[in-house]
Design a protein around this ligand. Structure first.
Ligand code: IVH
Length: 673
């Protein structure tokens, strides 16, 4: 390297060294550990900045320049690509009772006295899901699950996996089919792979190893990893199947592996027996499994049942019981959540449970602490299952001398305000809903999170830091951080690049759907589902702050008095309104787009009354909503149609008095089919 001659070069060299370190760090996280901390855009920006400097000062190129990293190519990433039909998740069950409830819910929804049970039962593989799209029998694109709607295009890597054919064999090949399944590594292959990797590159479990091996930018590395594939689901398809098992039979013919352990169960007893049998054989199964998945075999039923949030009503995962361990509680502290819930948290002597180091466990609420009589210094048994937060099962040995019982805080540990307990809840809350520091920080953390405004690369750590530095105290401040540029770039661990990345992420997050915006506000009881209902009602943010909400919302199906109360409280607070109005100016909030259908019920207000015979109330509502109707809970002059079943009550009379269009169930079914 030639001698440094001026200050500009000195600065450039310092920057190049910094960038090389950073890029290597993020490259490792992404490729080897499969747990990136920054988004693709930020990563690409680091590369760009590095390359620009290398171009300007070729004599300063480092020996360990990111462009010279051997064995990985850090300069590109996978392209994002949309699934044709979304990839969903599964509701978890933990007991036979949960399975009974699941079956009863199906019976209720389908309005059946008894469901003729026919469930596909098969192991839940602990791998990563993949969506293989075959067009006229040829693999056209393979996408990872991503957020369920959009994943990464990993086609080139998928083509290196022996279990996945490029072309489907034999007959009955649909024009289009999305074959879903799990990519995984066998347990012994995982051990063999880790033996070959150096300490820093080792994976913590077979699932991470499979994900890391698949997401290699160089498909030749993927080829060397013995990844396996088993199909378990169906997305878009142009064949008409009556049963899921018919599709499974076709998969076999096409040369796609299905699970050899799959079985059709015809009663709850058979379902549970299957669970116990597989659980007993678990150690002999070559790959990691964490439960049993039950899927209704009848595809017409599946279609009628549809989804709640991200979970289908027709499938469930019964999880194996979790791994346990023993440790000591060193301290019990309180945490105040974004809606004021005060949760006791046990700090533990760190212990390794199934490859994960656990040092905290939630104690849920004070009733639970009392019931189990958990105190500081006690030796306890703890368990963790999958991604679930570790829990304390019971005290094994009392501390000696025994510490005092944990008392319910009368004052909020964060702001000192009074606490209260709703009679119908186990949780103790801080009553300072809009001013308590921990609640506000919790709300900010929620606001930036993936499911909310999704400000990439902005994490809890930064929120706390910016709070302490008085840079961010409310949502609006997030979009004003440019006013603190100098302060930020001069902070330790920060610089121009990180600052610019943050600004870019904030800018990108400004375009947001109305429902996500509502969800971001952390209004108590307003989760994703209620946010969607509200977005549908109000269409745009202006209406949120202008209307007489109480009257307006009181007739909306799906919004009960508890939710209504909380929404009212939120919008009665002047500070909240002020913040929303400012956000409206800063953000680009998309209006809610109503589904427009040709149905006569499109955009009409419908009220149901009386007992329906052919459909359950829930299915009837789902059908009406699909046709673009809005379901109201009571009759008023704004009602367009009253649909009545057997023994209609006061709503029937009210509708008659108001001269509202009344349709009986039979006529209604005729009109919608
Ligand atoms: S069926 C609508 N069957 O579990 C989703 N999923 O927790 C239907 N998984 O993302 C999925 N083994 O990737 C199904 N035998 C199996 C499975 C399985 C593993 C994964 C799947 C899904 C996740 C949900």
């Amino acid at each position: 390297m030639s001698k440094i001659i001026n200050n500009e070069e000195k600065k450039a060299l310092k920057k190049l060294k910094e960038l090389s370190k950073k890029i290597k760090y993020h490259n490792d996280l992404y490729h080897a550990k499969d747990s990136p901390e920054i988004n693709d855009k930020k990563y690409d920006d680091l590369i760009k900045e590095n390359n620009l400097l290398e171009k300007k000062f070729p004599h300063l190129i480092l020996k360990n320049s990111p462009n010279k990293i051997i064995g990985s190519k850090p300069l590109q990433k996978f392209k994002k690509s949309k699934h044709i039909l979304p990839m969903l998740s599964l509701q978890n069950a933990f007991s036979e009772d949960d399975i009974m409830e699941f079956v009863q819910r199906i019976e209720k929804f389908l309005n059946l006295k008894y469901l003729d049970i026919e469930f596909i039962s098969e192991p839940k593989i602990d791998g990563l899901s993949i969506n293989l799209f075959y067009y006229k029998g040829e693999l056209e694109i393979a996408r990872t699950r991503g957020d369920g709607y959009e994943g990464e295009d990993v086609t080139k890597n998928i083509l290196t996996i022996n279990d996945i054919p490029k072309k489907l064999k034999n007959n009955n090949i649909p024009k289009e089919v999305e074959i879903r399944g799990e990519i995984f590594l066998n347990k012994h292959d995982f051990i063999k792979l880790n033996d070959k990797l150096n300490e820093k590159e080792k994976f913590s479990n077979p699932r991470n190893a499979a994900a890391g091996s698949l997401r290699q930018l160089d498909p030749e590395i993927t080829r060397k990893r013995p990844l396996k594939f088993i199909a378990h689901g169906l997305g878009k398809n142009s064949n008409k199947y009556i049963k899921l098992s018919d599709y499974y039979s076709d998969l076999k013919l096409w040369g796609i592996p299905i699970n050899k352990l799959f079985k059709i169960s015809y009663s709850i007893n058979e379902m549970i027996d299957y669970f116990n049998k597989i659980n007993n054989e678990r150690n002999n199964i070559l790959y990691d499994i964490d439960g049993i998945v039950y899927k209704l075999n009848d595809l017409n039923f599946q279609n009628r049942l549809g989804f709640v949030g991200k979970n289908p009503r027709w499938a469930i995962a019964l999880k194996f019981s979790s791994e346990k361990s023993i440790t000591k509680i060193t301290k019990i502290n309180y945490q105040v959540g974004k809606t004021g819930a005060i949760t006791p948290v046990a700090r533990l002597n760190p212990v390794n449970i199934g490859g994960v180091i656990v040092s905290n466990a939630t104690l849920h609420n004070f009733d639970e602490i009392n019931k189990k009589d958990i105190r500081e210094e006690d030796i306890v048994e703890i368990q963790r299952a999958g991604d679930v937060i570790p829990q304390i099962i019971k005290v094994l040995k009392k501390g000696n001398p025994r510490k005092e019982k944990i008392s319910i805080p009368i004052k909020c540990p964060s702001c000192g305000s009074k606490t209260f307990k709703d009679p119908d809840e186990a949780v103790v809350r801080c009553n300072n809903e809009f001013n308590c520091k921990d609640q506000l920080i919790g709300k900010l953390e929620h606001f930036i999170s993936k499911k909310a405004m999704n400000i990439e690369g902005f994490g809890k750590k930064q929120v706390k830091l910016f709070w302490d530095l008085n840079i961010i105290k409310n949502y609006v401040d997030i979009y004003k951080i440019q006013n603190h540029k100098n302060k930020i770039i001069n902070m330790e661990g920060w610089g121009e690049t990180s600052y610019n990345n943050l600004i870019q992420s904030c800018k990108k997050s400004k375009k947001v759907s109305f429902e996500k915006f509502i969800f971001s506000l952390s209004i108590r009881h307003v989760g994703e589902t209620i946010s969607k209902i509200l977005a549908k009602e109000f269409i745009k943010p202006k209406n949120l702050t202008n209307n007489n909400l109480e009257v307006f919302l009181s007739n909306i199906d799906g919004i009960g008095p508890k939710v209504l109360n909380s929404i009212n409280k939120y919008f009665k607070n002047y500070e909240n309104i002020k913040i929303i109005e400012q956000l409206e100016d800063i953000l680009e909030i998309d209006e809610f787009k109503k589904i427009i259908t040709k149905s006569i019920f499109n955009n009409k207000n419908i009220v149901f009354t009386g007992k329906l015979i052919t459909l359950s109330r829930d299915e009837a509502k789902q059908k009406a909503q699909k046709l673009g109707a809005k379901i109201l809970s009571s009759v008023s002059k704004n009602t367009d149609f009253l649909i009545y079943g057997e023994n209609p009550g006061s709503k029937f009379k009210a509708a008659k008095d108001l001269n509202i269009n009344m349709i009986n169930e039979k006529e209604w079914i005729k009109k919608i089919s």
